[in-house]
Ligand binder design. Structure first.
Ligand code: HEC
Length: 725
């Protein structure tokens, strides 16, 4: 069966229309189960200690931040307290390291033995000295775009959410489905393994996670519904695949690997496989619990998003839209909790999964905690997946209530746009969520979880031609005059036991960075407006702020080196849609784009922050275009996935993805060849062969008018000056 079957269902399947090489859906053969030996908990090489260090460094009292979230419970907490409420006013820049990555940095920096490791798009890793910021080595797998790569791969190559350290290795994933293991000291490649197939709708933006001597990776299908989601586990020492857990059943015509998938398939309704293959993408959320030896997965929703385009009699569509626990050694299913039944809005729970021991009704329970997109904060039993409690922390109008026993939502009928063809419906939250993938932090002493949250109402319009989801969605709606609900961003301090907002700090805009809590009674967080801030953990009072002049999405880290506490944070927005084009044009400052940099702070640090010059939008080379043509162009542009890289109005967030308001006369000349013919594929711009010349002309007209609007407002952007050669 090839992907044409999916597009036959009228949905514009990305794979069949855009990717030149049509390839078959991945084999639905037996999941590759590992032998299950030698990876017992006793042999786990990554511990949950916040300060796992090598012996030499340990002697000096130096600490590491070896794992995303600084421990296998992913709490983004450090007990360090040199920087505290009393001293934080002395915090200043220790050094700035320019990182040779054109696209921005999103991953939590990791530190081992005095080296800070940062990942970037295209599978790159940058190692710098924590004391000085001096560059030690750069790893570049020198990935080349090919015409045969899927759109998911093109997209994923522009974005990387972080890396993992395992023993003496650094592990990084690349957008084109590879995992590389490098020597921490030299950056030399130790092994290279492939997980998904870049010629199918697969790409990896996730940070790999480690535990029990293994490396785990998920992948995404850019919500195409074209492929079957899965998570792979590799042996950390050799890179050999140990097991694969599919998040959804495969082709029913081929039979199922196990009873688990036969049962799961029953929940997808009649003839479901003609309409979607899932995906159930594990975009990012993987947490290895070293106490229970479970791996928790946050699985994405089914696509197309509009339920009208999936089976009418679908049930829970397992295990999409769920949190799933599997055995870390074997990959076998242990439990699942369905967060998003009958989803139509991309309210997926592939978000940070945190583990903690909490007193619930007077009893200590090991729980998993998550704030998925839907605006509720969930607490589940880590052993069984049993629903303990969930509550919303910001206003939303999608869910009327959760069943207190089961946690199942009752949706607001008004939000169900697919039942209202021809109408547009405003819903809050939209696909960017009340909380997205950015890291949460937990201060065990305060008993509070800190995370960025936002209000981004979205206008949904059913549209079977749209490449993602069967609808158009205007995520800028909350910026428009006609919207009653306006965009907003907050840092929330949530009491997960009492289910109460302890405090919330208002921020200038949504889409802010991940959080870190420290023993100094502080919460650190970078913001979309370019400020890096410290808040009092108990009150939410902002006690320190530094203007980095660039958006921050990554979570910071902190370590103690030679008696000095450093706080590390990467700046520079990531490269594809999800990382901030949303804000790029609407930020009141130019904060969203700039060079990729790693910043280190320490008490009494006084290093200067080099500036950079904005470039103004030039006078467009074409005259303003007829409004009706431009309006048509805007719709085609939205339908055709352009916005996911270039932003909804053509103003990209950063780096390799060009801002389409800067089109030169030559680029106008070559417009159809670039967009339809794909002559710039080697630079990361995919072909859209499904577009007609007329459609391309309409898009060009709309972009030209966008350029005039930007030019008239004298908008400028900040270029990224560095590039890996
Ligand atoms: C996967 C991400 C991605 C998608 C999707 C995408 N682009 Fe691009 N686009 C790029 C990148 C990267 C470049 C820069 C290529 C280069 O350096 O020349 C680019 C360049 C361009 C250019 C040339 C810009 C110039 O200044 O020369 C145009 C025009 C363009 N894209 C239009 C579109 C349109 C229209 C769509 C939707 C049909 C689209 N793009 C979809 C990534 C993307």
């Amino acid at each position: 069966m090839n992907t044409m079957t999916i597009s036959a269902s009228k949905r514009a399947c990305i794979l069949s229309m855009i990717v030149v090489a049509l390839s078959s859906i991945p084999g639905c053969g037996q999941a590759d189960r590992g032998t299950g030996t030698g990876n017992d908990k006793a042999e786990a090489s990554v511990k949950s200690s916040a300060t796992q260090t090598s012996r030499d460094e340990e002697k000096k009292g130096n600490t590491d931040w070896r794992i995303l979230g600084n421990g296998s419970d992913a709490q983004h907490y450090s007990p360090l307290d040199q920087i505290n409420m009393d001293t934080v006013s002395r915090l200043g820049l220790a050094w700035v390291a320019d990182i040779p990555s054109l696209d921005g940095l999103s991953g939590n920096p990791l530190v081992a033995d005095g080296i800070v490791f940062q990942s970037g798009p295209m599978g790159r890793v940058f190692a710098n000295d924590v004391r000085t910021g001096a560059a030690l080595w750069v790893f570049d797998p020198k990935i080349r775009y090919t015409r045969e790569m899927s759109l998911a791969t093109f997209w994923s190559l522009k974005f990387n959410r972080g890396l993992a350290l395992l023993d003496d290795k650094v592990i990084v994933a690349s957008g084109d489905c590879h995992l590389y293991a490098l020597d921490q000291r030299t950056g030399k490649q130790v092994w290279d393994s492939q997980s998904c197939d870049p010629h199918e709708q697969y790409g990896i933006t996730a940070a790999p996670r480690v535990g029990g001597g293994m490396v785990f990776t998920g992948n995404n299908c850019i919500d195409s519904g074209a492929t079957r989601g899965f998570v792979d586990a590799f042996d950390g020492a050799t890179g050999q695949r140990k097991w694969r857990f599919y998040t959804v059943p495969g082709d029913p015509a081929k039979g199922f690997e196990s009873e688990l998938y036969r049962k799961a398939a029953e929940t997808w309704g009649t003839d479901w496989y003609d309409k979607t293959h899932g995906c159930g993408s594990v975009w990012d959320a993987i947490t290895y619990d070293d106490e229970l030896h479970l791996v928790y997965l946050g699985v994405g929703v089914p696509a197309p998003w509009s339920p009208a385009m999936r089976a009418k009699d679908a049930g829970d569509e397992l295990f999409s839209g769920s949190i799933v626990a599997v055995n870390a050694t074997t990959g076998e299913y242990v439990w699942h909790f369905k967060v998003a039944p009958n989803d139509g809005w991309d309210m997926h729970p592939s978000m940070h999964i945190m583990v903690a021991d909490l007193p619930i009704n007077g009893e200590k329970r090991r729980v998993v905690m998550q704030a998925p997109k839907n605006g509720f904060f969930y607490v589940l039993d880590a052993r069984t997946g049993e629903f303990i409690q969930a509550k919303d922390y910001l206003p939303q109008d999608l869910i009327l209530a959760l069943d207190p026993k089961t946690g199942r939502p009752t949706y607001n009928p008004k939000a169900q746009y697919w039942k209202r063809p021809g109408e547009s419906v405003a819903v809050s939250p939209g696909p960017l969520g009340v909380h997205n993938w950015m890291a949460m932090a937990f201060n065990p002493k305060a008993g509070l979880v800190y995370f960025p949250a936002q209000i981004i109402p979205t206008l949904y319009t059913p549209d079977p031609e749209a490449q993602v989801g069967g609808m158009l969605f205007d995520m800028y709606y909350g910026l428009r005059d006609e919207s009653d609900v306006k965009v907003a961003g907050y840092l929330i301090a949530w009491d997960p036991v009492a289910q109460k907002v302890a405090w919330r700090a208002e921020q200038t805009m949504p889409w802010n960075g991940g959080a870190m809590a420290t023993g100094g009674n502080l919460v650190f967080q970078g913001a979309a407006d370019g400020t890096f801030n410290a808040y009092a953990a108990n009150s939410g009072k902002r006690v320190w702020s530094f203007d980095t002049k660039e958006s921050i999405v990554a979570a910071p880290s902190t370590v103690l080196i030679d008696g000095v506490q450093y706080v590390l944070v990467p700046i520079g927005n990531g490269g594809s849609f999800a990382v901030g084009s949303y804000l790029a044009t609407h930020a009141s400052t130019m904060a969203t784009r700039g060079p990729s940099r790693l910043l280190a702070f320490r008490l009494d640090g006084a290093a200067p922050l080099p500036g950079f010059e904005p470039i103004a939008i030039p006078k467009p080379s074409l005259p303003p275009q007829p409004e009706d043509l431009a309006a048509r162009g805007r719709v085609i542009y939205e339908q055709s996935f352009c916005a996911d890289c270039h932003g909804l109005d053509g103003a990209s967030a950063s780096g390799t993805i060009k801002d389409l308001r800067f089109l030169s006369a030559e680029s106008h000349e070559a417009f159809a060849a670039i967009v339809i013919g794909g002559i710039r594929y080697d630079k990361g711009m995919p072909a859209s062969p499904q577009l007609s010349l007329d459609q391309a002309k309409a898009i060009e007209a709309w972009l030209t008018n966008q350029a005039w609007a930007g030019y008239n407002k004298q908008e400028g952007i900040l270029p990224s000056p560095q590039q890996v050669k």
